[in-house]
Ligand binder design. Structure first.
Ligand code: COA
Length: 173
């Protein structure tokens, strides 16, 4: 992600399902998107990438967040534009970033959290060798004042070193 990605971030983060899947409110104006991009590229605990389609157009985001090199732990999160969904992009990006992370950062555990109803994220996690670890009850606010449960998945360095990705678990190649 670079400072040039502000327009893409502004339009994408306000997309209905993207906004629903994230806890922070989407940026209300271009200045808010500029602040989001600047924060993403300058915060040491965030390592962001834009996903591009074959024409170079923006197709989503994937980033490490809550990266803590002392603890050796990071979270990963991803979002794909509606037009590019269900073609294996999230799975492909998650596998690539997982591999990059274990090869380049002092990380022993990468985890991801998704709403319990988010089948696409769950399948991408499983296809990328992230084991299901459990349910986080009332993990984040939902519409109308309700609380949403989440599921947490993780992969450890020991899992990764067994060989990655383990193709028999399915998903995009
Ligand atoms: C969830 C999301 C990232 C999935 O991206 P994607 O590129 O479509 O995912 P993939 O194509 O890699 O799909 C992985 C698997 O999930 C399935 N899948 C994807 N979206 C699905 C959906 N809405 N319902 C059911 N299954 C779905 C795919 O068919 C695929 O299954 P397969 O491996 O059996 O073929 C994308 O829909 C998105 O950005 N949604 C809104 C934001 C969001 O929820 N982000 C994740 C927060 S944790």
């Amino acid at each position: 992600m670079t400072e040039a990605d502000v327009d893409f971030a502004f339009n994408f983060l306000r997309e209905e399902h993207v906004a629903y899947a994230r806890t922070p409110a989407p940026p209300q104006n271009i200045e808010g998107a500029q602040a989001w991009v600047t924060r993403s590229v300058t915060t040491p605990s965030i390592v962001p990438w834009v996903l591009e389609d074959s024409t170079g157009a923006g197709a989503g985001f994937i980033n490490l967040q809550n990266y803590d090199p002392v603890a050796g732990v990071t979270e990963v999160g991803f979002l794909v534009v509606p037009a590019a969904r269900r073609r294996g992009l999230a799975t492909k990006a998650l596998r690539a970033v997982t591999e990059w992370t274990f090869r380049n950062l002092p990380v022993h555990r990468v985890y991801l959290v998704h709403d319990l109803t988010n089948t696409g994220s769950c399948k991408a996690a499983l296809a990328s060798n992230y084991a299901t670890e459990g349910i986080l009850r009332s993990a984040r606010p939902g519409p109308g004042g309700i609380r949403l449960d989440s599921e947490i998945h993780a992969i450890t360095r020991a899992d990764f070193e067994k060989g990655y990705p383990i193709a028999s678990r399915g998903g995009a190649e």
